[in-house]
Design a protein around this ligand. Structure first.
Ligand code: HEC
Length: 556
């Protein structure tokens, strides 16, 4: 986006707000496509039940949430005429019988009767399982690694003994790269695997193995603990509408989702060498092959980010490059680190090009050695920082984000530091997050140069004001929320998602109040994105293990 674009964007936003303000204010009177009441014998009318409608011939499903009276309603504009299948999400409950509804003509009605779920445990989110199970805080924190690739359902339903976990299962998991998931495992190459890590690692596996065999079905038919569900959404958290777009193959992992300047939706595929484009009007998907440069190494793309000129930038992970993609010409340009930095462990996951207009340079990180690269786009010159090289402690530079002067800020996922690299002098400054072991993961810079980031092990939203150097933190209410990434919208709400709760949390930074929106189904959330050009900010996210893109619009 150029300044001109930004200005036009602001005018467009203002106009849209004026035009749509009355319509939104009277949203309750909007014509209805489909509505009904949700109830059960146990609770009577039920609030906070997510109701999803999908036409058999469509890849798009739309979901709303029942209000305090147990009533749900789909606005007319959201469901085209046709026959819809209805499903619900309410932990502990299933639909009494399958429900379909014919939409078109006058408002359709479908009252939904729920019954106790036959298998309540399988409906639980990772966080509900973690809260319910016995074990120390440390035991449970270790499970935050497992949810990178699959839910804890797989773990608690297994029958392995402590010994089997220690000697077979955990070493097997360790060998998979992070973009693995059941059905699409990929093995580490040239990185230190368990056998080379020695006795320390084996001790850790022993401790974890004993714990894991205490929470699964080893030697028993039922769990030794009762699973306790979280409360369903209430009040503001029910004023929401979700649109979910299915991707064409179940093993596509839409890790990062961004919108381009034309409103098209783009995702990076975490496990394969392609990115995809979704037309939000039709749901049509087109994939673009990124190509392979290191055939013997794992495939997959992590970061996908915009610059201000309408180009997309991606982190090509083990293929050891970053790339610029032009949505207009559909062409990629690749940038690679220097030969001596292209090692078997080299992994370029993140890229920061938002402020490359300042000096013609783009930042990237390298997980291979906790490094940061800066690419000069005109000359091809690459500079490299390895700020922790001789410290003797373990660090993982996870994300890199630029401010308006194109200084770089990075998160240290293994610790609780945010680093700054001065664009002019190259000097590195470290800021310590008050929460010990916070594990800052990914983040974004707002237009006042405040860095917002997810504290994965601190369960908080963090903010570093890069001008005053103050750090503020807000705890996400749902336990074990493990925020991955944070973005601030233009109305001063900070948004984050979770790999454990299936909830999207919105923080009002003025009042400190959170609203947590329960998504229609299991959703492993990574990067979060907000479209600030809509009358109300629209939230977008990929369902990393669910092969779909989810749009969330608040109704108040
Ligand atoms: C890097 C990705 C990754 C991580 C991290 C990971 N897993 Fe897995 N896991 C997989 C894949 C892929 C499969 C399916 C293939 C297989 O069984 O090896 C799997 C399967 C499993 C199974 C079923 C195995 C079977 O034979 O039935 C268990 C149990 C399991 N994982 C436990 C764990 C636990 C516990 C953790 C965390 C300590 C963990 N996993 C972390 C990728 C991972």
């Amino acid at each position: 986006m150029t300044l001109d674009h930004l200005f036009r964007g602001a005018v467009r936003r203002a106009l849209l707000c004026l035009l749509l303000a009355p319509a939104l204010a009277f949203a309750a009177d909007e014509p209805v496509a489909l509505q009904g009441d949700v109830s059960s014998a146990e609770e009577g009318k039920m609030e906070g039940v997510v109701v999803s409608a999908k036409r058999a011939d469509s890849t798009i499903s739309v979901s709303v949430v029942s209000d305090a009276k147990g009533h749900y309603r789909f606005p007319r504009g959201r469901l085209a005429a046709g026959d819809y299948g209805i499903v619900i999400r309410a932990v502990g409950y299933d639909l009494e019988q399958p429900v379909t509804a014919a939409v078109g003509g006058k408002p359709a009605r479908a009252d939904l009767r729920l019954k106790k779920a036959a298998d309540r445990v399988s409906q639980m989110t990772n966080a509900e399982l973690m809260v319910s199970m016995p074990g120390s805080e440390r035991d449970k924190r270790n499970l935050l690694v497992c949810v990178t690739c699959h839910t804890l359902q797989r773990v608690i339903h297994s029958k392995y003994s402590a010994e089997q976990f220690t000697t077979i299962i955990l070493p097997r998991m360790q060998r998979y790269v992070n973009q693995s998931m059941p059905g699409a495992p990929q093995v580490r190459k040239g990185e230190r695997v368990m056998e080379e890590r020695g006795e320390d690692r084996i001790e850790i596996y022993k401790e974890m193995g004993a714990f894991l065999a205490s929470i699964n079905l080893h030697d028993r038919d039922n769990w030794t603990y009762e699973v306790k569900p979280f409360a369903r959404p209430t009040g503001a958290a029910t004023k929401v509408i979700y649109t979910e777009y299915d991707l064409p193959r179940p093993l596509i992992q839409p890790h990062d989702v961004v919108l381009d300047s034309k409103g098209m939706v783009w995702y990076s595929n975490f496990g394969e060498q392609n990115i995809g484009r979704v037309d939000p009007k039709t749901g049509a998907v087109k994939e673009f092959n990124v190509g392979i440069s290191k055939p013997e190494f794992p495939t997959g793309i992590l970061a996908l980010r915009n610059d201000r000129e309408g180009k997309l930038w991606l982190g090509n992970m083990y293929q050891a490059s970053i790339a610029r993609f032009d949505p207009a010409t559909e062409k990629f340009n690749f940038y690679r680190p220097a030969k001596e930095d292209d090692l078997p462990s080299t992994q370029l996951n993140q890229v920061a090009a938002m402020n490359s207009g300042v000096d013609g340079k783009v930042w990237a990180q390298n997980s291979g050695f906790a490094g940061v690269h800066r690419f000069d786009l005109a000359t091809g010159k690459v500079e490299t920082w390895a700020p922790f090289k001789d410290t003797g402690t373990v660090h993982n530079i996870y994300d890199v984000i630029s401010d308006s002067h194109n200084n770089a800020f990075f998160t240290d996922f293994r610790q609780q530091e945010i680093g700054r690299i001065d664009a002019k002098t190259g000097k590195v400054t470290l800021y310590t997050i008050p929460t010990k072991g916070a594990s800052p993961r990914r983040g974004s810079m707002d237009d006042r140069d405040r860095l917002w980031f997810g504290e994965y092990r601190g369960h908080k939203i963090g903010m570093l004001d890069t001008k005053t150097e103050d750090i503020k933190e807000w705890t996400v209410p749902t336990p074990f929320s493990a925020p991955y990434d944070v973005v601030l919208d233009r109305t001063d709400h900070a948004w984050t998602g979770s790999m454990t709760t299936d909830r999207v949390a919105r923080l009002d930074i003025k009042t400190g109040k959170f609203t947590e929106y329960l998504l229609p189904r299991e959703t492993n959330i990574r990067r979060v994105f907000v479209d600030d050009t809509t009358p109300r900010p629209t939230f977008w996210v990929g369902s990393n293990h669910g092969a779909s893109i989810v749009k969330l619009e608040t109704l108040q």
